[in-house]
Design a protein around this ligand. Sequence first.
Ligand SMILES: NC(=O)c1ccc[n+]([C@@H]2O[C@H](COP(=O)([O-])OP(=O)(O)OC[C@H]3O[C@@H](n4cnc5c(N)ncnc54)[C@H](O)[C@@H]3O)[C@@H](O)[C@H]2O)c1
Ligand SMILES: [Zn+2]
Ligand SMILES: [Zn+2]
Length: 346
Amino acid sequence: MLAYTYLSKGKFGLVEKPLPVIAEETDAIVRVTLASICTSDLHILHGFVPRAEVGVTVGHEAVGVVEKVGRAVKNVRPGDRVSVNVETFCGECFFCGRGSVNNCILPDGGWAMGCRIDGMQAEYVRVPHADTGLTVIPDGVSDTDAVLAGDILATGWWAAKIADIEEGSDVLVIGAGPTGICCALAAQLKSPKRVFICDIDDVRLDFVRKHYPSLIPLRSEETLAAMRSECAHGGADSVIEAAGTPETFRLAWQAARPAATVTVVAMYDEAQILPLPEMYGKNLIFKTGGVDGCDAADILACIAEGRLNTAPLITHTFPLSRAEEAYALFAAKRDGVMKVALDCTR
Ligand SMILES: NC(=O)c1ccc[n+]([C@@H]2O[C@H](COP(=O)([O-])OP(=O)(O)OC[C@H]3O[C@@H](n4cnc5c(N)ncnc54)[C@H](O)[C@@H]3O)[C@@H](O)[C@H]2O)c1
Ligand SMILES: [Zn+2]
Ligand SMILES: [Zn+2]
């Protein structure tokens, strides 16, 4: 089968690999129908993910059809259409018990697929711990509707869950990339008064205006003043930072009101500065980390009910055989690209 593979720092390529087999009783083999490319794949490509192993099939965001299951798998059966979670986890350890599945203590727990073990930009994938890793897609939800449920929409869901968003409050999301938009859409489900989303890129702000008119787009440079004048308490009640630059890290705490929660979703290329003397007395709560991708059932239910729609984010689709072109487009942010899907059946 074809598998898009991490060959060396700076180089991915399509490689012919043997079909995956059931290695543990808790595994499933999934025939991937649609996968997508994530910014984290680019981080691997550029060598920013030290845990990533050369030779691994990349991809950690996909949907497909269960082909085979190990004897211990109870929740899915061959023929089920499923969404694959970005993380593999046991569901039973101290961390899983608290929903911190990213910190699952298993050797292959946390973000393993597409990083340390073979991932999903391939025709088939072995999913360890299939009972917690796979979620059946409800009828009426298409592959395009569901493909982000395991990773970036899970990220938006997780961010909104930990961001202390109160009913009637003002939320600011920094960065109108696919992750920021997923955060904003998930935040809206918490019934805030308004969700603002800022960016420096007009193409991205126009995308928000066109597809998500209930969000309030702002240019980044006007955001601080807008939060101070528009919000009742001198700043946003909850800020979610999903851009990932020193400027946006600073904006995140500056645009927050006193005693607000700042949730840092973005991953940075370098350390950021928390100027504690400057922010002393603002009494902010910071939350950060990697997504805990364990809410796919709730996410897919919201999609089925029409309360979440990320299909517009899939702006481009390529066959797996043209993955290289797909990556080049995604990395260059050409043609208004948000997310690129790979049709792994072709
Ligand atoms: N915590 C997690 O588990 C998790 C999961 C997925 C993605 N991420 C991270 O989230 C971040 C966003 O991911 P993405 O795929 O949306 O990336 P992206 O690059 O497509 O989007 C980032 C957006 O931030 C905007 N931006 C840059 N400078 C800005 C500024 N000064 N003000 C406002 N906006 C600015 C860019 O124009 C872009 O639209 C990345 O750092 C990614 O690694 C984290
Ligand atoms: Zn990802
Ligand atoms: Zn666990």
